[in-house]
Ligand binder design. Structure first.
Ligand SMILES: Cc1cc2nc3c(=O)[nH]c(=O)nc-3n(C[C@H](O)[C@H](O)[C@H](O)COP(=O)(O)OP(=O)(O)OC[C@H]3O[C@@H](n4cnc5c(N)ncnc54)[C@H](O)[C@@H]3O)c2cc1C
Length: 504
């Protein structure tokens, strides 16, 4: 070190140490270590600690039961991944705006990082934390990690948010390639902070996120591997197994024709940038054009998620209020019995019941069947879409503030780029088209398993002998249909006419 004396070297070292503030990364729906810009930033200047706050404040929408199960396992996986990086994950319950500043003072932290949230509760929590930290001269640094592009940056030629998907997709593509994903941080030597911070953590087991009485999660344990490693595994398995033919097969609930990445995306265990890049890399290696055919269709679906977030950012009431205001006057029915039958998968329409039972047992439902089951609730039972949104919020492992709300509004015909309300799914025809051999129904509605294919989607058409031979008793071990679909359709159209006229 020519020209550097002991004194100047020491001064430089002391200068660095005072400049280097310990950092804290606030984990939220970004439960991964790779492609996590805020986590990387926290570690850029030296030792850092991480915190996850289970915020149970009434202003924050409480997690549903299925999401709580996922969160438990996802946090357990994250804890292991962080320990391998030499970092502690502090678990705390309560208000992030109070807990994080307190931790900062106790641990001597001068810099907090987080990845942005996009729903109203997440944004409010960021603002409250920013204000609380500023009182102690601590900076909150926010990054963007969970979307391909900034949802505020995309606007129509008139400067308005997009409300139709195709122009949104074109605009998104026109902005150029999303930023490439970032690597995972390099492991740090275990510092004093590692041990001190651990003393501040609550125990995950004490949070009671797992169901006990009864333990309804056994099918979930068999099906899912929450955490970043599970997400990466799903992604790598998806390409060889289902990318080829995705455009067609994604509609078939009787096949594994989609990626099943949705719960991993909902918890941020994988980023859309990683999915985007991996798709391009796979296509390049297999001589496929990522912007055509099956691959393009897959990327377009990933961008439906972007579209939902774009809507949520611009219409923060998306989870509760229809985007088309005339739907506030829609004459919904009051039918608690119908709602319960739908929730329990006992509507008497096999494809709807199979979907609702798939949801209950596995925490996930195929997209095609989500559309059929949602249409049935809204149009055959005439029940408000918000009731369906709330049930899905509670039971879906991938319950997502943007995708769930936008999709329910889409089916109800009251959202952006919505399927028109008068387009009413016929559950029998949908079943026959997308589950032609009844494999999906037989799996989730086993009491119908012995019916022949031509009757599996409409058991009420069977003769008494056919029912007896199949061991089915309508109104006994399987319900009679809750409604006559054709009459229900007419009722729904008449209800629509009341708001169309009053809107005119
Ligand atoms: C009534 C209803 C409610 C829904 N609620 C949710 C929800 O809470 N959370 C959620 O993630 N998705 C929701 N969806 C969208 C869709 O059903 C799921 O994203 C999809 O089934 C997930 O399966 P996958 O990961 O195998 O999808 P793939 O087909 O492999 O697609 C990859 C990813 O693209 C995104 N994507 C795919 N289809 C859609 C879509 N139609 N809309 C928005 N994004 C899509 C998802 O993030 C998905 O993980 C809902 C759809 C409906 C009709």
């Amino acid at each position: 070190m020519a020209g550097v004396t002991f004194q100047t070297g020491l001064a430089h070292y002391i200068g660095l140490m005072t400049e280097r503030k310990l950092s804290l990364h606030w984990f939220r729906r970004d439960l991964r270590v790779s492609d996590n810009p805020a986590l990387l930033s926290a570690l850029r200047h030296g030792p850092a600690v991480a915190v996850f706050v289970l915020d149970e404040h009434p202003s924050i929408r409480a997690l549903g039961g299925a999401s709580r199960w996922w969160l438990h396992h996802s946090l357990a996986a994250l804890q292991k991944d962080l320990t391998a990086l030499g970092m502690t994950l502090i678990l705390a319950r309560g208000d992030a705006g109070a807990i994080i500043p307190k931790l900062c003072l106790e641990l001597g932290i001068g810099h907090v990082t987080a990845n942005r949230g996009y729903d109203a509760g997440a944004i409010a929590a960021e603002q409250a934390l920013h204000t609380a930290l500023a009182e102690h001269d601590i900076r909150l640094e926010l990054h963007a990690a969970n979307l391909l592009h900034d949802p505020n940056a995309l606007r129509t030629g008139q400067g308005r948010p997009y409300q139709v998907y195709t122009p949104f997709w074109r605009a998104l593509i026109a902005t150029g390639e999303p930023a490439p994903p970032l690597p995972a941080p390099v492991a740090q030597p275990v510092s004093d902070l590692f041990h001190t911070a651990a003393k501040h953590s609550e125990s995950l087991a004490d949070w009671g996120l797992l169901p006990t009485a009864p333990d309804w999660a056994h099918a979930m344990r068999a099906e899912w591997q929450p955490g970043e490693a599970g997400a990466q595994r799903r992604l790598t398995e998806f390409f060889p197994r289902a990318l080829y033919g995705y455009k067609e097969m994604r509609n078939h609930p009787d096949r594994v024709g989609t990626s099943r990445l949705s719960p991993h995306l909902a918890f941020g265990e994988i980023s859309p940038r990683q999915i985007w890049q991996a798709t391009k890399t796979y296509c390049a290696a297999h001589g496929l054009n990522p912007m055509a055919g099956d691959a393009e269709h897959f990327l377009k679906e990933v961008c439906w998620r972007e579209f939902s977030y774009h809507l949520l950012v611009h219409f923060p009431n998306l989870p509760t209020e229809p985007l088309r205001p005339q739907f506030k006057r829609f004459p919904w029915a009051d039918d608690p019995t119908g709602l319960l039958a739908w929730q329990r998968g006992r509507t008497g329409f096999p494809i709807v019941d199979a979907g609702m039972r798939e949801l209950w047992q596995t925490g996930w439902m195929h997209n095609r069947v989500r559309m059929i089951a949602a249409s049935f609730l809204i149009k055959d039972l005439l029940l408000p879409w918000q009731l369906g949104e709330a049930w899905f919020w509670d039971t879906l492992l991938d319950a997502d503030p943007a995708n769930n709300a936008a999709s329910w509004q889409w089916v109800a015909g009251c959202g952006a780029d919505a399927a028109p309300y008068f387009r009413i799914f016929n559950p029998v025809l949908q079943g026959e088209k997308f589950d032609p051999n009844g494999d999906y129904v037989r799996r989730f509605v086993p009491e119908l398993a012995r019916l022949p294919n031509r009757l599996i989607h409409q058991p009420w058409q069977a003769t008494p002998l056919e029912l007896r031979e199949a061991g089915v008793t309508l109104g006994g071990n399987y319900p009679n249909p809750l409604v006559d679909h054709n009459q229900a359709r007419q009722r729904a159209l008449a209800a629509l006419a009341t708001i169309s006229e009053s809107a005119a």
